[in-house]
Ligand binder design. Structure first.
Ligand SMILES: Nc1ncnc2c1ncn2[C@@H]1O[C@H](COP(=O)(O)OP(=O)(O)OP(=O)(O)O)[C@@H](O)[C@H]1O
Ligand SMILES: [Mg+2]
Length: 294
């Protein structure tokens, strides 16, 4: 059975134990899933986003649209703003100005010039918007005290209100999809890095997100485990999941990405089809970056 890109229900809380203390209200679990889809084919619309943190400009006039089913790979030197951009997409970084929409839902919108610096979505609404978005981190962030299956079933139960049996069934199906059906009752400390990351991907998918964000999902892995995680991501892409992926795996970018986006100094300096950008990089920063990593 292929992965399905059903209407979401993923929470950031599900993916990040650091925020798991929040207990979303029942309304969180229902409103966004029934909202009308945006008429545009873009799932993500990032418009002229500026982001400052601690008085330092981190993102500078960033605009990027991601179509439904598209795989966008973000690359660029350390400090370019790749992680910051992903965090902006799911509302973790409150932007200074600009707007971010996911599936027609305004995750963030600020217009300093007009004096309206208010973030439109707050509290429960923001959490609802985040249910659309699965986030996979470099360091897995699994709950250490829960088994692989319970890690996956936790948020569907707590946030979506699935019964224990439904959540377990969903978890088992996803474990099978990531090739870990025989590790259902294993705790993270007894899983390899690659296995942990596959559980983390399954956990994000358990909420049925419309968008998956990956921030260097293979960077912390031993080389022999990179392939198994990329295989899962490749399969997701084949099943039309919309994905924004920060990675240094250029082979994956070349093969799987519909579009390669090169960032430097908080800007998007270049973007295009991977084959074109790799073979004919136009921007000096792109050339410098490729000369270091290729
Ligand atoms: N909370 C913060 N406060 C202040 N500055 C920050 C904060 N988070 C990130 N930055 C700065 O923002 C810039 C972009 O950081 P970001 O983590 O987005 O880069 P990156 O492209 O993901 O880099 P890497 O490849 O090393 O992960 C860096 O200069 C970083 O020091
Ligand atoms: Mg980063």
């Amino acid at each position: 059975m292929p992965f399905t890109n059903q209407r979401s229900i993923a929470t950031l809380e599900a993916n990040d134990p650091s925020t798991s203390g929040e207990s979303p209200s029942m309304s969180d679990s229902s409103d966004i899933a029934t909202a009308p889809a945006s008429p545009t084919s873009h799932l993500v619309e990032i418009e002229n986003v500026y982001l400052e943190l601690g008085g330092v400009k981190i993102l500078d006039s960033v605009s990027l649209n991601v179509s439904r089913g598209e795989v966008v790979v973000l690359v660029g030197p350390s400090g370019a703003g790749k992680t910051s951009l992903l965090r902006t997409v799911n509302g973790l970084n409150p932007i200074t100005s600009g707007s971010v929409e996911v599936d027609g839902i305004e995750v963030q919108q600020r217009d300093e010039a007009a004096g309206t610096t208010q973030r439109k979505l707050k509290g429960p609404q923001l959490r609802s918007a985040r249910k659309e978005i699965g986030f996979v981190f470099q360091h897995f962030n699994l709950f250490p005290h829960l088994t692989a299956l319970d890690n996956i079933a936790h948020a569907p139960r707590k946030v979506l209100g699935l019964s224990k049996e439904e959540a377990r069934e969903r978890g088992l199906q996803l474990l099978e999809r990531v090739g870990l059906e025989n590790r259902a009752h294993t705790k993270p400390s007894r899983l390899s890095g690659g296995q942990k990351q596959r559980v983390a991907i399954a956990r994000a998918l358990a909420m049925r997100p419309r968008l998956m964000l990956f921030d260097e999902p293979t960077s912390a892995l031993d080389p022999e485990m990179v392939g198994e995680v990329l295989d899962v991501m490749r399969e997701l892409a084949q099943d039309q999941m919309t994905m924004m992926v920060v990675t240094h795996e250029m082979g994956f970018a070349r093969e799987v990405a519909d579009r390669l986006v090169v960032m430097a100094d908080g800007h998007i300096v270049e973007e295009g089809r991977p084959a074109d950008v790799f073979s004919n990089p136009k921007h000096e920063r792109t050339k410098a970056f490729f000369s270091r990593i290729l």
